[in-house]
Design a protein around this ligand. Structure first.
Ligand code: GAP
Length: 491
């Protein structure tokens, strides 16, 4: 499918016009790769993060063996000891190839020149003008540097984290020591990450500041499983990998990415990091490109990160499987206990499965999928074009809007009372300005699933009209039952 730039232009305009996404520091001309979320965007993002946290942390699905999964959360600092990034490999290896143009002084990702617009006119891609003078590629580290403390010298250099994952690994021992979690278990974190992308582009898709939702799921590697009766049926690391791969794919479908624009792609062996057994990307066909792009990666990371942090910090990060040891210790002579219990399969570095998602990319995919142009009848019953964001109700920034049909006969007071009652339970909006058809269309455009109108009949029998955003069907519900009616449909 070719890239649909017209679609993107319409979506970007809508996001600006209705307060979803603004350019950061716009009144100063903006700053490349940074975005602000407006009043509706912030609600959309909050809904995405709340649903992820609810579905993955507070109420995760049962594991492949039907048992409850243990999940806990963290909120780590953005700036960490710089040794973290040496251990993780980011200082030496988190880099992209960059070329510079001696003509326009632009800097571009070497692997993306063919799809990056050249600043020179007429419009062409980088390197396609006769005047372009590209240098040989050199590697550019993507971590944002800063200084901690009063001195700005090499001893005070620190980094803004390029991923939330490392905060989880370096707190692995803290979590083990302060909670009752036992393998298998997951630690989750949502937070800001920063990458000094050479060419931030495609709206919020590739930004320099973004939010991630990451899980590090710690489990036993298959070879560490004991063969005795007690552990038969234990879930293997590859089964956990498959489990998370599928759970995460289904999560996007559940909240509306139902079209064939969503796909799950297993990485080929040549794409895998040297420590990784498997990795799958959940991808979306965004309108700005004719190729699928990554929304989330689900990676089998082995015990690479814990090994590195144990090595660089000198702290023992192994897990002791007390249950397995208690079950087996009688098999060994007592004088060997001390030695054997501190070896595999009783003490080891757990294997990690990492589902790593981006909040901003999810928000953009949900916006793209929801954006629809169709027709709705006006006050005279004539079909009129409308723009509607068909969000899943749980993602919709506003759940319900309440209108008085006219601003007289006590209708505004009744509508205001309904609105005040509903906003205690959900994001609600009150609107008494303009023709009713325009008020509906304004709500359609921001994806409000239900609109309630107080009209003449309300004055007689206490019922209101509730209009469904997608089907346009209208029904009458008594005003006392509106909350229950909405709760049933919003979940
Ligand atoms: N801990 C693993 C990790 O960070 P990643 O594939 O580099 O893996 C995970 O990032 C997710 O973070 C991506 O799938 C994407 O959703 C989001 N992400 C990464 N870089 C981004 C950027 N520059 N702008 C917006 N989102 C980004």
């Amino acid at each position: 499918m070719p890239a649909d730039t017209a679609f993107m232009e319409k979506l970007v305009a809508l996001c600006k016009r209705r307060g979803f996404i603004y350019q950061s520091s716009e009144i100063y001309g903006g700053i490349g790769g940074f975005w602000d979320y407006g009043p509706l965007g912030v609600e959309l993002k909050r809904n995405i993060k709340d649903l992820w946290w609810h579905d993955m942390v507070t109420n995760p699905p049962d594991g492949p063996d039907g048992r409850e999964i243990q999940m806990v959360g963290l909120d780590c600092s953005i700036i960490m000891n710089p040794k973290v990034w040496e251990a993780s490999g980011h200082v030496s290896g988190f880099q992209d190839p960059m070329v510079e143009c001696k003509q326009c002084k632009g800097r571009f990702r070497a692997d993306q020149v063919a799809t990056t617009p050249c600043p020179l006119k007429p419009s062409k891609m980088v390197g396609q003008h006769d005047k372009c003078q590209l240098t040989e590629p050199r590697l550019f580290n993507l971590m944002n540097k800063t200084f901690v403390g009063a001195l700005e010298d090499t001893s005070s250099v620190a980094y803004l984290r390029p991923e939330t994952a490392q905060g989880i690994f370096v707190n692995f021992k803290n979590v083990l020591d302060t909670t009752r979690v036992k393998l298998p278990f997951g630690i989750a974190q949502i937070g800001k990450s920063f990458r000094n992308e050479i060419n931030p582009r495609n709206y919020t898709f590739r930004s320099r500041e973004f939010e991630q939702m990451e899980i590090e799921f710690f489990c036993k590697k298959a070879t560490e499983r004991r063969s005795d009766e007690a552990t038969k049926g234990e879930v293997t690391d590859m089964e956990w990998y498959q489990f998370w791969r599928n759970v995460r794919h289904q999560w996007y479908i559940r909240y509306g990415l139902k079209s064939d624009k969503l796909r799950l792609r297993d990485q080929g062996p040549e794409e895998l990091a040297h420590y990784s057994k498997a990795c799958a990307d959940i991808e979306y066909l965004f309108p700005f490109s004719d190729e699928f792009q990554e929304l989330e990666g689900v990676a089998h990371r082995g015990n690479f990160d814990l090994t590195q942090h144990a090595k660089f910090s000198g702290v023992d990060l192994t897990y002791f499987d007390d249950e397995a040891w208690q079950a087996d210790q009688a098999k060994y002579p007592p004088e060997q206990h001390k030695e054997i219990k501190n070896q595999e399969p009783y003490r080891f570095l757990p294997t990690v499965i990492e589902p790593s998602a981006g909040v901003d990319r999810s928000a953009l995919a949900f916006l793209c999928e929801a954006y629809t142009e169709d027709q709705a009848p006006d006050e005279k019953g004539q079909p009129q074009p409308r723009v509607v964001l068909k969000f899943h109700p749980k993602l919709a920034p506003i759940k319900v809007a309440v209108f008085p049909l006219v601003n007289r006969e006590g209708m505004p007071d009744i509508a205001a009372a309904i609105y005040r009652d509903l906003k205690k339970h959900m994001t609600a909006f009150f609107d008494d300005k303009g023709a009713i058809g325009r008020r509906y269309r304004r709500q359609d455009e921001v994806g409000t699933p239900f609109c309630i109108t107080v009209d003449g009949q309300t004055l007689q029998d206490g019922t209101v009209t509730i209009r469904d955003r997608d089907s346009l069907a209208q029904c009458r519900v008594h005003k006392e039952h509106v909350l229950a009616w909405l709760r049933e449909r919003l979940g």
